[in-house]
Write a protein that binds this ligand. Structure first.
Ligand code: F6R
Length: 366
């Protein structure tokens, strides 16, 4: 059942290649430059009238949602708020007309998420669920459902459900942008060509997993680990830290790289591993400055960078590479490196990877 893999988690990390392919299948037309999400049940007119998106999710799904916020605002120009579900109900949220709620939950059974959805639906706010489980509770409550086609995820740590949630958020944001005249059909054609290449690019990362394993083994006894990212890779830094905490029981924190100097930098010690996502993009130079700040404290920088980057080696102690991609899609690649790093760290520490202590696959208490 593990198809030759030692753990479900490793199998599921590898299955991202087919899970992303399957989630995209039938939804994109490269020829026409269109995105077809029938299950959304929204006309172009309704999409144009949206004034706000409200995302509701917990844990890893919340990290997917945080990237979604960047995408909805940057690509489609739609104001987007995101809340952790266990907070949403108790903070007296202000409702606006023209809001679409998007609840993201891999299992479709998370009690906090279901409670937040009931709350927002009590204001008659239309609600779209993104889930991996057909027939789960959320699918019976939300007005519409988009499924990630990841197949069953057995490992408690979410991997392929996360990357396929991201795929649906990319498609939604680009579809909304197209309907609202923010992106041209030509741009969308190029976007579709690029997103279709992602499974192959993930396969290239998987083919080089030994380098990630070696790095994980070298730092498996660290006292704590830091993860930095900016812009679209900030949510990925948070996700990398969460994966490591969950399965290796190492203390790990994710930060927006620019926020480090506002306090957390005090935690850095000689030898602290600091994973920094430094793929090329608009914040690349700023990330290099952040790397210098970290190096000045004698911490160790492990950079996740493009395989075409000949400069990064001058700044970072260790470089883990991903294929060069569109900046927009780089989170889909950098996350795979961080998933593998967490996996191999937990393996080196002899942890119970598929069933970490204190955690359950779906959390049905509030
Ligand atoms: C992390 C993880 C949890 C879940 C969270 C929400 O690996 O699995 O943080 O992401 O409990 O679960 P769903 O997506 O089922 O609502």
């Amino acid at each position: 059942e593990k198809a030759g893999y030692e753990h479900f988690m490793l199998k599921e990390i590898h299955e991202q290649v087919s899970a992303i392919h399957n989630t995209l299948a039938g939804k994109v037309s490269e020829l026409e430059g269109t995105i077809d999400l029938k299950e959304l049940n929204m006309s172009e007119e309704e999409i144009r009238k949206l004034s706000r998106v409200q995302i509701l999710a917990c844990g890893t799904s919340w990290h997917a949602g945080l990237l979604g916020k960047y995408l909805f605002e940057q690509l489609a120009g739609i104001h987007c708020d995101i809340d952790i579900c266990s907070e949403y109900r108790y903070r007296s949220p202000v409702m606006n007309d023209g809001t679409l709620a998007i609840a993201i939950t891999q299992s479709g059974e998370t009690a906090d998420t279901l409670a937040a959805v009931r709350e927002i639906m009590s204001y008659n706010c239309p609600t779209l669920a993104i889930t991996n489980v057909v027939g789960s509770t959320i699918t019976r409550e939300a007005n519409s459902v988009l499924y990630t086609i990841a197949g069953p995820e057995i490992g408690v740590a979410a991997t392929k459900t996360f990357s396929t949630q991201l795929i649906l958020l990319y498609l939604l944001a680009v579809k909304f942008a197209l309907a609202r005249g923010k992106l041209s059909p030509d741009y969308v054609k190029r976007f579709i060509t690029a997103i279709r290449k992602v499974p192959g690019q993930i396969q290239q990362i998987l083919n080089q997993k030994e380098a990630i394993k070696e790095c994980a083994e070298n730092f498996a006894n660290s006292k704590s680990y830091f993860f930095l990212g900016r812009h679209l890779n900030y949510p990925i830094a948070l996700e990398g830290a969460l994966k490591l905490k969950e399965i290796s029981y190492l203390h790990a924190e994710g930060f927006a790289a620019g926020e480090l100097k506002h306090g957390p930098i005090a935690l850095l010690e000689k030898g602290t591993p600091v994973i920094t996502i430094a793929t090329r993009g608009q914040t690349y130079d700023k990330v290099l400055s952040n790397i210098k700040e970290v190096k000045a404290r004698d911490a160790i920088v492990i950079a996740v960078a493009d395989n075409t980057d000949t400069e990064i080696g001058k700044y970072a102690d260790i470089v883990l590479t991903v294929p060069r991609s569109d900046e927009l899609l780089s989170p889909l690649l950098s996350v795979v490196v961080l998933q593998l790093l967490a996996y191999y760290t937990a393996l080196a520490r002899g942890c119970s990877i598929d069933k970490p202590r204190n955690l359950a696959k779906s959390v049905t208490v509030e």
